[in-house]
Every structure is written in C-alpha cells, then in structure tokens.
Design a protein around this ligand. Structure first.
Ligand code: PMP
Length: 387
C-alpha cells in the first residue's frame, strides 16, 4: 500500500501539486530572460498579497529567520532602542536577533494564551523613545494572533517603526501593509505562501527604506544587507539581468506559481477560507472537551490551532497513533508547557477534507487511549459549522 501521509504541522505545509511541478524542471540561468520575468512577476505579486502597492519587496534564499535578521540588520544601529512585543517563542528570537546588532531591547511578554495589552505597549512608548517595535502577528508556538492595526496606529503616534513577523500569517491572515502603515512585513516560504522551505520574503515601507538610507553606521551583516539586495530587486523589477548571490532558481519558479494561485483565489476570499475553516475546527476541538491555548476566539489564529492534551493522556502516544493513521501534527514548542499541548497547522491550500482527516485520526487516537467522548461528535460539529 502506498503510504500517503498528511502533513498538518504549522509549516512546512502540504504544497499544491502545481507548485511542486513548477520547480521540477531543469534549472535555468539566473540571468535568462524567462527567469528574470518569473522573478519580476513574483515581486509584483508580493505587493498584491501584502497589500503594499508602495512597498519594496525582497526575496532572498534563506528561512524566515533570515527575513527577521534582514529587518534587524538594516534598521538597527548600535544602541537603538527596540521594543519586542512577545506572545510566544518567536518574540524571544527577535530579541536575540536585535541584540546581535547592538539594540537596547525591552521585551513585553504576554501571559501564555494572551496578548500584550495596548495599554502596556503605550506605557512603554511613554517611558522611552523607541526606534522600532517588533511583534509576532501569529505566534506559531501558541496560536495567538495579535491585531496589527491598533498596535501600528499606536506606534505611529509615537513615531516608532513597526516590524511584523508574519512567518505564520502572510497569505493566511488579513494583512493591509500600506493601510496599516507597517514598516516591515516578513515571512518564509514554507507556510501560507505555499512554497517549500528556502525563501526569506520581506516587504519594506518607503519609510523603512529611508531610515536605512540615512543610517550613520554601516550595516553589520554582509549577506542580509539591503546595499547588496536592493539593486538586485530593482533590476528584476525592471526586467534587467543582475547578480549578487545566485538565487534559488527553482524555488522562485515555485514562488511565482504559488503567488499566481493565491492572487487568482484573491486575498479577501483566501482570508475568509482560513477564518471559516479555523473557527469550525476550534468548535470541533471544543466538542471533544479539549482546551485551546489562546484564551479567546478574538485572538485565535486562522493558520494554526494549539490544543492542550486532556489530563491523563500521554501526548507523545496520542501523536504517534495519529502518525500511524497517516496524519502528522506537531508537538508543543513553548518551553514552559512543551509537553502539554499539540499544534495543527491549517493554512495555504488546506481544505475541509484535510481537517476532517485530522479530526477522524484524533478521535481514533483518543479512543485508543480510553478518553471518553461521543464518537463522531467533532466531525459532526465541524461539518455543521461549515454549513
Ligand atoms: N517566526 C515565526 C512566527 C515562525 O513561525 C517561524 C518558523 N516556525 C519563524 C519566525 C522562523 O522561521 P524559519 O523556521 O523559517 O527560520
């Protein structure tokens, strides 16, 4: 029997066959006219997905962490004050990156399952002149979503640059970069963008570019420096050949295809699909009397759900049973509660069928572990919610 596993972790995700096929071709030269066109098209479509007609896109070989590194390296000078708004594991990572470039950082950490309040953020802005504030739109360790618009409005009032870590949100959650005035929105390819791991993607506002241009000290990173990459992005946009570091040609072919699929679905419809599936999935999980990590529906992400194991159930066995049933979900990531919960990714090309598979495998696994519930209830609640 062919074993068809369903990968339902919060990245990498299941990729569209058309995207995988787009990259399964002989590698072209990075200066071939066809490839220049593909790269240029991808940059154009990023503006559409980010809702950033005035933004400057960058695509560089690397993971999401490189996109975080690029934002910090280009915008931070030694001694700059940076505020990190953290709702899980990835806030800590941003703090480490910012400090690598000599930032004087302050971190506001939300209690597990909650977000940092705007009052707390405003209090921080009042006590110190910050140059940047970073926040994780969806923290992949908790499934907590931070509303970007009010935070960015507040940052604007205090003239602070905003950096949105959208690794687990871009192309899955609503993002209106220009309208909200976000200075950097960054992601990696392997999540809702729907391309195998290996691309760091970032869109910078014109204000961010100005701040970088007016630096008093050189960028303290060679590979991530916009000095090296901005001329390359400009050349591809103008459909001219250029070279700094060899781009991952086949991944860019996949990126163009995935962005085409995203744009033809349309961001409004895509965000709605994610919200609808995610809220039905959370209702299904609750029908099994399982607890979800984010404390309220309002701050629950549409791209993944983090679920506590029921008391007395061995989480590793629960997940191993599901893997035996060909459904792969992720364990916990936040160190304080790592062994207490699991995570299900539902982003990109995810469908209702995929989530029905997850619920079926979860019910079978819970049953095998003698957890008491009404068999089939989560599948029924999920279907009823979808209507
Ligand atoms: N930020 C968030 C919110 C993430 O989910 C991840 C990856 N899980 C990262 C940053 C880092 O991305 P990568 O693993 O691609 O370096």
């Amino acid at each position: 029997m062919k074993s068809r596993k369903l990968l339902m972790i919060p990245g990498p995700i299941e990729f569209e066959p058309d995207v995988l096929q787009a990259m399964a071709v002989p590698t072209a030269s990075h200066v071939a006219p066809n490839f220049i066109e593909v790269f240029g098209n991808s940059l154009d479509m990023m503006r559409e997905v980010w809702n950033a007609p005035n933004g400057q896109p960058f695509v560089v070989a690397g993971s999401g962490t490189l996109a975080m590194d690029m934002a910090a390296a280009n915008l931070i000078e030694k001694g700059d004050a940076a505020l990190v708004v953290s709702s899980g594991y990835f806030g800590e990572r941003f703090k480490d990156i910012l400090e690598t470039y000599g930032a004087d950082t302050t971190i506001l950490t939300a209690p597990i399952g909650e977000v940092v309040s705007l009052t707390e953020i405003e209090a921080a802005f009042k006590t110190k002149k910050y140059k940047v504030v970073t926040f994780t739109h969806v923290d992949t360790s908790t499934g907590v979503m931070v509303a970007p618009e009010p935070l960015c409005k507040l940052a604007k009032k205090y003239n602070v640059l905003t950096i949105l870590d959208g690794v687990c949100s871009v192309a899955g959650q609503e993002i209106l970069q220009d309208a909200w005035g976000v200075d950097v929105v960054l992601t990696g390819s392997q999540k809702a963008i729907g391309v195998p791991p290996g691309l760091a993607l970032l869109v910078a506002s014109q204000k961010a570019i100005e701040v970088w241009k007016n630096r008093k000290t050189p960028v303290q990173n060679y590979y991530a420096s916009w000095n090296n990459w901005l001329p390359i992005m400009t050349a591809y946009e103008e459909r001219r050949p250029s070279y700094f570091g060899t781009p991952p040609v086949n991944l860019i072919l996949a990126l163009e295809k995935s962005l085409q699929l995203i744009c033809s679905e349309g961001m409004v419809a895509r965000v709605h699909r994610h919200e609808r599936l995610a809220s039905a999935f959370r209702a299904a999980i609750r029908s099994l009397n399982l607890d979800i990590l984010p404390n309220t529906e309002e701050i629950a992400a549409s791209t993944l759900t983090a679920v506590y194991y029921p008391k007395g159930i061995d989480g590793a066995v629960l997940r191993a049973n599901m893997t035996q049933d060909d459904v792969i979900v992720a364990g916990g990531l936040l160190s304080e509660i790592k062994g207490d919960y699991f995570r299900v990714g539902h982003m990109g090309s995810v469908s209702a069928n995929d989530l029905l598979c997850v619920l079926g495998a979860l019910e079978r696994s819970l049953s095998a572990l003698n957890y008491s519930f009404e068999s089939g209830v989560s599948l029924k609640v999920f279907q009823d919610r979808l209507g």
